[in-house]
Ligand binder design. Structure first.
Ligand code: ADP
Ligand code: ZN
Length: 603
């Protein structure tokens, strides 16, 4: 007998502690319970796990979940076990005894969910899978099956075979990234049968978006330190372009008293594991990483993501900011944008095997960074989603740019370029215009130019910003093979000689990076509960340490925050809070309720 809507909702609350479904979740659950195949496309943090975990609990037998990364499996299994659900993982990291125990549990039908690596799945095809009752096959990170995807894994190619062996089992493929080609490929290779495609919006309204332009290294460091200081106790990730930058940014933050660490491919496996574990357990607050970081973790309480350098593509950017705010509480994202990055990334793209594609991807990324309309609209339209309103949670919406007639500014800059024989790079040009007698200016004799110091009033950072805009508007171009010198284009010449006007976005009103995006809006009312939340957080850490679990697996940040606001004083009330399942109510209810009672008595 298939469960009805009430059964499904009750199970959602009892097993996971959630009162309601997120968009699409319920339809997907029902679809799978009806024995049908599905392809689920949902952004990171959208809540994909529940889509197959809930059917797994309601169906007879064991659901088999294929997952590409051992750390991901570990996270998921821990989270399920923390809700008292029988789940285990079969992979190469277990020893033989452990794997034997897991096999036995499967064969005896004691597990509701079995996580398995693609290699093991293939190896077990003829054995274990035959001995157990499979209720459902879920393929997580399904884009790994496609060569078109950005993360192709040959081991995934074999999963389709398994389908043949389990003809009557519903199959669900889940991914956060899939363009049309990848989507088709997933359906074909997994041999999905008349699958229904669930494509949810890629919008993450709880993430604020902001860009800061034209900062030097030092200014970025200062702004970042300020940004981190404005978010006490919060965990975040700083993405950097190079290992060296990751190291130096981590060092800078440590110098500010922040528990920060670097993470990149140059570290040993042990060192990386240590940083990742530290981050998961809230001991490391900030990880300064190259793109390698974040793939294999499900940490739900990453509160912010900063891009210290421009990412190579919107896909990369979206995936990385997506690691913030998975628990649904506000998360802040900030991107630093500078000419230096454009120069370097353009060179990478130029030298890469797929020049055209990569140049185009970089161009679209720059469009986001340079946007003077709502950034969320730019982001979502890149992913093919039409949006008809401004978001109100990006820097452009909050602080709309003011356009000014910048013809004179452009003329000053371009005439300096011409007078310097088109032999200066953007950084030097800013110093010339600002009138700084720095070595690179003096060595070229540029202090003798008529335009030296012609724009002192604009400020150095203002000039960097305007030069970035001039580049975007096509008034200058960069000769990457000639020391990155700026060259005046035809469009630039038109402005220089007064044949056309230039409209620029006023460069004033910056340095607002420290202010948290939408936090005040959503967490209002928690202010006075601040000290209680802190006490709740300490209790959570203590309980997590005792069980050697990540704190967010014990209770999510959101649940903690709700406890602080609602202040439940009975087990019943505690159980009503979002994120508190039956199991967690029984397990953690008493210590939390006791703490809240003591707090309310003023003790
Ligand atoms: P994904 O795998 O799509 O990145 P997850 O399945 O890890 O997302 O879910 C992201 C977060 O959302 C988790 O912290 C989870 O606890 C929470 N979540 C999922 N579904 C719900 C729901 N129906 N109500 C409240 N929180 C939810
Ligand atoms: Zn906006």
């Amino acid at each position: 007998m298939t469960p009805d809507a009430t059964d499904i909702r009750q199970a959602l609350k009892a097993c996971f502690g959630y009162d309601s479904f997120r968009p699409m979740q319920e339809d997907i659950v029902r679809h799978l319970l009806a024995g049908q195949d599905a392809l689920v496309l949902m952004p990171t943090g959208g809540g994909k796990s529940v889509c197959y975990q809930l059917p797994a609990l309601l169906l007879e037998g064991t659901a088999v979940v294929v997952s590409p990364l051992i750390s991901l499996m570990k996270d998921q299994v821990e989270a399920l076990q923390a809700n008292g659900i029988a789940a285990a993982a079969l992979n190469s990291q277990n020893d033989d005894t452990q794997n034997a125990a897991v096999r036995r549990a499967c064969a005896e039908g004691r597990l509701k969910l079995l996580y398995i690596s693609p290699e093991k799945l293939q190896a077990e095809c003829g054995y274990l899978l035959r001995d157990m009752q499979v209720s459902l096959l879920a393929v997580d990170e399904a884009h790994c099956i496609s060569q078109w995807g950005h993360d192709f894994r040959p081991e995934y190619a074999q999963i389709g075979q398994v389908r043949r062996q389990l003809p009557n089992v519903p199959v669900v493929a889940l991914t956060a990234t899939a363009d049309k080609l990848t989507r088709q490929d997933i359906v074909e290779q997994l041999r999905l049968r008349a699958p229904r495609v669930f494509l949810s919006s890629f919008d993450r309204p709880n993430l604020s978006l902001a860009v800061e332009r034209g900062y030097t290294r030092q200014e970025k460091d200062e702004a970042l330190a300020e940004f981190v200081a404005a978010r006490p106790g919060q965990c975040g990730i700083v993405y950097c372009l190079s290992r060296r930058t990751a190291e130096s940014v981590a060092q800078m933050l440590c110098g500010e008293g922040v528990r920060a660490a670097a993470y990149h491919a140059g570290l040993s496996v042990e060192e990386r594991g240590k940083v990742q574990d530290g981050f998961i357990n809230d001991r490391v607050r900030v990880v300064c990483a190259t793109v390698a970081f974040g793939m294999g973790i499900d940490k739900s309480n990453v509160r912010w993501v900063v891009h210290y350098n421009l990412p190579k593509s919107m896909e990369e950017f979206y995936q990385e900011i997506g690691r913030a705010g998975r628990d649904g509480l506000p998360g802040d994202t900030l991107l630093f944008y500078s000419v230096g990055d454009v120069v370097q990334l353009s060179r990478f793209a130029d030298e890469s095997g797929r020049r055209e594609v990569n140049i185009e991807k970089l161009r679209r990324m720059r469009e986001y960074a340079e946007a003077v309309v709502c950034r969320r609209r730019v982001l979502l339209s890149y992913f093919g989603e039409a949006v008809d309103h401004d978001c109100g949670n990006c820097d452009v919406c909050r602080n709309p740019p003011r356009r000014v007639d910048g013809s004179v500014l452009v003329q000053k800059a371009l005439s300096a370029v011409v007078r310097a024989g088109q032999q200066v790079a953007s950084g030097t040009l800013a110093h010339i215009l600002h009138g700084d007698a720095v070595p690179e200016v003096l060595s070229g004799g540029y202090q003798r130019l008529k335009t030296f110091g012609a724009g002192r009033d604009v400020g150095l950072q203002g000039w960097r910003d305007y030069l970035l805009q001039m580049l975007q508007l096509g008034y200058v171009e960069i000769a990457y093979n000639e020391g990155n010198h700026l060259k005046v284009t035809q469009a630039g010449a038109d402005v220089l000689y007064g044949r056309a006007r230039a409209w620029l976005v006023a460069a004033e009103g910056r340095h607002k990076v420290a202010r948290p995006g939408s936090r005040h809006r959503v967490t209002q009312g928690a202010e006075e509960a601040g000290s209680l939340v802190e006490a709740l957080r300490r209790l959570r850490q203590q309980l997590a340490d005792e069980e050697v679990l990540p704190p967010y697996v014990v209770l999510s940040d959101k649940t903690l925050f709700l406890l602080g606001v609602r202040q439940p004083v009975t087990l019943e009330q505690f159980g009503g809070i979002e994120g508190v399942s039956e199991y967690k109510k029984r397990k953690y209810g008493k210590p939390f309720v006791d703490l809240i009672r003591r707090y309310l008595r003023g003790g």
